[in-house]
Design a protein around this ligand. Structure first.
Ligand SMILES: *[C@@H]1O[C@H](CO)[C@@H](O)[C@H](O)[C@H]1NC(C)=O
Ligand SMILES: *[C@@H]1O[C@H](CO)[C@@H](O)[C@H](O)[C@H]1NC(C)=O
Ligand SMILES: *[C@@H]1O[C@H](CO)[C@@H](O)[C@H](O)[C@H]1NC(C)=O
Length: 313
């Protein structure tokens, strides 16, 4: 039973789009039922072999406990078969798709190492028509995290925005700038790779409304982690979260037009179009493909460990 005050609160909050109720709490083995494993070729030409769920479990490439889920690449096999497409790894996609929502990712560890190209993102149907939001992405342990939108033509971003990160290209159109999208480079070193992991990881959160898309990052030991994020409350209020790390307002990009319902995708590839092309300039040894093939133990840190994913709508 909803009191009048509570009903009014709900009405006003949904209009403001700032407080949300949890609709999904994904922890441990929930990843097996709420995500599908996609044993597909990597469209970005990575040195990777994405396996199905049975293979991932059998080879311990995914592992669920009561409070965590690990998704890793193989770190024991030397690849000497020249017909191999690459190192075994995992790509999963949420069974549900979301329009306006908040997603909070509590992450203890992200993949690191030369040649790695991990991604945590949201993807719509019929790319690029349904839109793409890259929440965590980077290669070869280089630099800080990059948050990027990729869309069909007609979605651009203003130069001046209320965000702590640094805007890169302003046109989100996949057909220009070699599909670099409209990205924002985060400021803290702890937002990505080995520095993220040394700090025990942290939280990434995304809010999508019809007036914009924003992403926040808080390191594990940061003093400004909002209480609702830190303790995984069943409601969140994004008005209390402070300036986002990256924000993409709808001023010159109609969000509901350029973004359909999006699925969450988590994948880990090696080399390929991005990690491979900047491999040497990242200070990595040998060539990317031979390094990935010959040095399984170099990929002991190539794993995601999630404490939880919470979805609020
Ligand atoms: C992995 O993620 C990136 C997004 O960062 C994407 O471009 C790439 O195509 C993905 N690989 C697969 C197999 O989907
Ligand atoms: C599987 O991986 C998990 C997480 O890394 C680890 O704790 C566990 O010991 C592994 N199991 C086996 C049989 O190697
Ligand atoms: C944005 O796109 C939606 C869906 O295509 C449309 O209904 C709406 O009128 C558009 N809004 C503006 C301000 O153009």
């Amino acid at each position: 039973m909803l009191g009048i005050a509570a009903a009014l609160l709900l009405l006003s909050s949904s209009a403001l789009g700032a407080t949300y109720r949890r609709s999904d709490n994904i922890v441990g083995a929930d990843f097996y039922t709420k995500f599908s494993f996609q044993a597909i070729p990597d469209p970005t030409h990575g040195r990777v072999n994405y396996v199905d769920q049975a293979t991932a479990k059998a080879k311990n490439l995914t592992f669920a406990s009561h409070n965590s889920f690990v998704l890793r690449a193989d770190d024991t096999t030397v690849i000497s078969d020249s017909s191999s497409v690459g190192r075994n790894s995992v790509r999963i996609q949420s069974n549900k798709a979301y329009t306006t929502h908040v997603a909070v990712f509590d992450i203890a560890h992200m993949p690191q190492g030369c040649g790695t190209w991990p991604a945590l993102w949201e993807l719509g149907p019929n790319w690029p028509a349904g839109g793409e939001v890259d929440i965590i992405e980077g290669v070869n342990d280089q630099g800080t995290n990059q948050v990027t939108l990729h869309t069909s033509p007609g979605c651009t971003m203003p130069i001046t925005r209320t965000e702590t990160g640094t805007s890169l290209s302003l046109d989100c159109n996949t057909a220009v700038n070699f599909n670099s999208g409209c990205g924002v480079k985060l400021t803290p070193a702890t937002s990505y790779g080995p520095a993220f992991n040394r700090n025990g990881g942290g939280w990434y959160a995304l809010e999508r409304t019809n007036s914009g898309i924003s992403v926040w990052f808080w390191s594990r030991n940061a003093l400004n982690v909002p209480l609702d994020v830190r303790t995984g409350l069943s409601t969140v209020d994004t008005r209390l979260w402070g300036t986002p790390s990256a924000t993409f307002p709808s001023t010159s990009c109609n969000i509901s037009k350029f973004f359909a319902a999006n699925n969450i995708v988590i994948n880990l590839t090696f080399c390929g179009d991005w990690a491979g092309s900047v491999y040497s300039s990242s200070g990595c040894p040998s060539t990317c493909t031979s390094y990935v093939d010959q040095n399984p133990r170099a990929f002991a840190g190539a794993y995601f460990q999630f404490n939880s994913i919470n979805i609020y709508e």
